[in-house]
Design a protein around this ligand. Structure first.
Ligand SMILES: Cc1cc2nc3c(=O)[nH]c(=O)nc-3n(C[C@H](O)[C@H](O)[C@H](O)COP(=O)(O)OP(=O)(O)OC[C@H]3O[C@@H](n4cnc5c(N)ncnc54)[C@H](O)[C@@H]3O)c2cc1C
Length: 383
């Protein structure tokens, strides 16, 4: 079993690491505290081809695999998790178009998504359905040559800057819950559709997370993504990748917390020596590093399975669960190691603590991960 990155993966990692050190770390705190969209960073990411990283070369992208995708998510999150979020939600939609879209849709959307001229968002959750996503109520009805959509979506990330959304709607209310759902691509500016309020968040700031309103919104019939009433398995498959994305972001955030802590612990002195020489602080650093190492192995194993097109809901769920709780643990211990300095907004440590909580809630909460993991294990060990 090979645990090393290949040459291409190493060069992607280096390129993104350099970008993060140069373009993100120096400005992340300023943008975040002002809750300002990082336009300058996004434009540079666009120039470097980040938005097309995993889109095949025939559509103008970099044609890279899910391991490279995870590397990008991890490294960007070392700098600032919100930047990884802007890219992550875009990559998830492009993955769905690539795997389920018609030839026409691929030709139409993927080239402009690869250049980053078009950004996209994913609208699954609603005010009344998050974990129980199959309970969604937004309706899509066919009327002549259009879909007419009515309902409200909640928590759509990067809605302010997205040009298009993959919206999950109920297209057959007669079918059982998860069966009558379809994915429809809705452009910003479609009649009857608006991005309404932006939600005030404690972390994951800089990009807007918003409510979407559909009031007799009209979209051409050809904007159906995949087959009618087969949208639920499609989104579940995309969410496997989404969980690897969250696991990789968690590794990045945990690493940032660890790296800041290990530096601080060697500089800050108490009782005549650096706090890194106190065994209780050493214990914290060891525990952080060990959990990060395990999270990393789990994340890249799941990413490897996904890039080989193998089912990986168990591995992706385990990686997401373990890595997000590692991020939470490391963010909390980082504040402890920094003492009072960890609690004020002069260092990024307090931001890690605010950001990490999303990792255990989003993309299927950790309670839901535990249920999925147990379900797969019970299937694997029948009696
Ligand atoms: C900042 C942010 C960005 C987001 N971005 C997006 C996005 O871009 N697109 C999108 O579609 N969604 C997005 N979401 C939504 C996110 O996926 C949901 O918040 C998440 O799935 C949880 O759903 P919920 O908030 O409705 O909580 P609920 O489903 O109401 O759950 C509340 C609590 O109950 C627990 N729970 C629920 N069911 C069970 C059960 N069966 N057993 C045990 N415990 C249970 C949950 O784990 C949770 O702790 C985002 C959320 C946030 C906060």
């Amino acid at each position: 079993m090979d645990f090393e990155f290949n040459e291409l993966q190493i060069s992607v990692q280096k390129m993104i690491k350099d970008f993060v050190d140069r373009e993100i770390k120096p400005v992340a705190m300023e943008y975040e505290l002002e809750d300002r969209y990082p336009t300058g960073i996004v434009e540079k990411m666009q120039e470097l081809g980040f938005f097309g990283l995993t889109i095949p070369e025939e559509f103008g992208g970099g044609g890279m695999d899910e391991v490279c995708y995870a590397i990008a998510m991890e490294e960007l999150s070392v700098g600032w998790m919100s930047v990884a979020g802007i890219l992550g939600t875009h990559m998830m939609t492009s993955w769905m178009i690539l795997h389920y879209g018609s030839d026409e849709q691929k030709k139409n959307y993927l080239p402009k998504m690869a250049t980053g001229d078009w950004h996209s968002g994913m609208a699954l959750s609603e005010p009344g359905s998050g974990s129980d996503s199959a309970a969604l109520r937004t309706q899509g009805k066919k009327e002549e040559d259009q879909w007419v959509i009515n309902g409200t979506k909640m928590w759509t990330s990067n809605a302010e800057h997205a040009n298009m959304f993959c919206v999950l709607v109920r297209t057959d209310p007669e079918l059982p819950k998860a069966k009558g759902i379809s994915g429809i691509l809705v452009h910003k500016g479609s009649p009857g559709f608006k991005v309404s309020r932006h939600l005030k968040k404690m972390g994951y700031r800089g990009l807007r997370t918003s409510e979407l309103i559909f009031e007799d919104a009209r979209v051409p019939l050809e904007n159906l993504l995949g087959k009618e009433n087969e949208g639920f398995p499609m989104i579940m498959s995309a969410l496997e990748g989404g969980r690897i994305n969250v696991a990789a972001r968690s590794v990045g955030l945990a690493r940032a917390a660890f790296e800041d802590s290990v530096k601080y612990a060697q500089q800050r002195e108490t009782f005549g020596k650096p706090i890194a020489h106190h065994q209780l602080i050493q214990s914290k650093l060891s525990e952080m590093a060990t959990r990060i190492h395990a999270s990393k192995l789990m994340t890249y194993q799941a990413a490897n399975l996904k890039s080989d097109n193998k089912r990986c809901d168990l591995e992706a769920g385990m990686a997401k669960l373990f890595a997000s709780e590692t991020a939470e643990f490391c963010a909390s211990e980082a504040i402890q190691i920094h003492g009072g300095m960890g609690f004020i907004q002069e260092l990024p440590v307090e931001r890690y603590f605010r950001d990490c909580k999303l990792l255990t809630v989003g993309e299927g909460s950790n309670e839901i991960q535990r249920i999925i993991i147990a379900r797969r294990l019970l299937e694997r060990y029948p009696v």
